[in-house]
Write a protein that binds this ligand. Structure first.
Ligand code: GLU
Length: 428
């Protein structure tokens, strides 16, 4: 996102073309799947607290709904672009397919910076987004969720607007709602926990004792925090985390070579996941530049921030000690970097597999909402573990059997499932 020449949509299409080639997919299916089925771009006028009107640009892209309603989050980000949303919607299609849940792929966004919006302004923006799309989304067609800089409160405002427009209760319209208001226990933890469930399986396969490992994380938002939480519970030692500091307009890496305590770090972090630099130094962290997270001598790297982070340029900075990269973010690694990682024999748990825990729990939330019956947390986390473990093992087995890269294996499984659904429906 930071580099204006980088186009995530081109990257997502390149990855898809590669999978289509490996699967020897027919031309019509390729043409159909390499672009989204539907796209919406719209203006959202919002009355600001000072009485003025500000117009925000909003997006929703429905890449594919052959396997079920489109599913995917809504991002609030100042650098959001239609191409980012297109790429993310494609990745959602593959993500739902790899964990084999009956949902398609979609993504939404608004060009805005919630740091500069009051809660009232954010509420009006959420309601405006839904008003623009009320006829094009819904529990049976397209189900949004939280993503970068959106949370359960945003989801509840969106649900309320949708229900007001449609005159009924539709809790299955949106996921990531607050617990007690149609939300699911475990949803907040699900993406980060899911990442670590796949890491646990990968380490088992590689014969690595997780308790003897160290890890470095990029980002300290929802995904990263819960990935670290489960990693610590499993006995791993996190030694580095990086985060964005809004008031400085840049990111920093926080390093504590003998391991840090997540709870203490959370105490000095705001709700955007920004760590207080001075207080971190008091806790014994070394504060280094934004890229330092990538250079640590650790066993595990977890990019859990934004796309385009491990690039042809930055990939040589990865330490020789690294054995696994688990992609908590969507699209953190470029195809150029993939080539180097492949050669070095680092095991990559690709994004739409590693971070599929969030949407898997969203699916559980939708099922619970539709039934109006809510499950216990242990049941949800147990089901999440089963889904993530099964998906990881299937991809890893396919990669080993066919002697291919993990990302290619995940793509081949997903693209094949989605192609079959399109073909069975008689679309292509
Ligand atoms: N935004 C999350 C993702 O990228 C979750 C999507 C969802 O729950 O629908 O996977």
């Amino acid at each position: 996102m930071s580099d204006s020449s980088y186009n995530p949509y081109t990257m997502a299409q390149k990855q898809f073309d590669n999978a289509a080639e490996l699967l020897d997919l027919d031309q019509a299916t390729r043409d159909f799947l390499r672009v989204p089925m539907r796209e919406y771009q719209f203006s959202i006028p919002v009355r600001m607290d000072d009485g003025s009107i500000k117009v925000f640009r909003g997006f929703r892209v429905q890449h594919n709904d052959a396997r079920g309603p489109s599913k995917g989050g809504i991002r609030f980000h100042p650098q959001e672009t239609i191409n980012t949303v297109r790429a993310l919607s494609m990745w959602m299609t593959w993500k739902c397919a790899v964990v084999d849940i009956p949902l398609g792929g979609g993504k939404g966004g608004v060009i805005c910076d919630p740091h500069n919006l009051s809660l009232n302004e954010q509420e009006r923006l959420c309601r405006g987004w839904v008003r623009c799309l009320a006829k094009n989304v819904g529990p049976l067609s397209d189900v949004p969720a939280p993503d970068v800089m959106t949370n359960s409160q945003h989801m509840l405002w969106m649900l309320d607007e949708y229900e007001t427009i449609h005159g009924g209760k539709y809790p299955g319209f949106i996921t990531g709602k607050p617990v007690g208001m149609g939300g699911s226990l475990g949803r907040t933890e699900a993406t980060g926990y899911g990442v670590m469930i796949t890491v646990r399986e990968a380490m088992k396969e590689l014969g690595i004792d997780i308790q003897k490992t160290t890890a470095s994380f990029q980002g300290f938002g929802n995904v990263s925090q819960y990935a670290i939480e489960l990693y610590q519970q499993m006995g791993g030692t996190p030694i580095c985390v990086s985060c964005w500091i809004q008031k400085e307009g840049k990111a920093y890496s926080f390093v504590k070579k003998d391991g840090f305590d997540l709870e203490r770090l959370r105490e000095i972090t705001n709700h955007f996941g920004e760590i207080d630099k001075e207080k971190a130094q008091d806790q014994g962290f070394e504060v280094l530049d934004s890229g330092a997270w990538l250079e640590q001598d650790v066993d595990l790297l977890v990019p859990a921030a934004l796309e385009n982070q491990i690039t042809g340029e930055s990939v040589p900075r990865i330490s020789k000690q690294v054995k696994i990269i688990a992609e908590g973010a969507n699209g953190p690694t470029t195809p150029e970097a993939d080539e180097v990682i492949k050669e070095r024999g680092i095991l990559v748990i690709p994004d739409f597999l590693a971070n599929a825990g969030g949407v898997t729990c969203s699916y559980f939330e939708q099922v619970q909402s539709n039934q109006n019956y809510f499950w216990a947390k242990e049941e949800i986390l147990g089901k999440l573990d089963l889904k993530m473990t099964d998906a990881y093992l299937a991809v890893s087995k396919f990669a080993k059997t066919n002697k291919i890269y993990m990302r290619d294996a995940a793509y081949m499984i997903s693209v094949e499932r989605v192609s079959k659904a399109c073909q069975a429906r008689g679309w292509v």
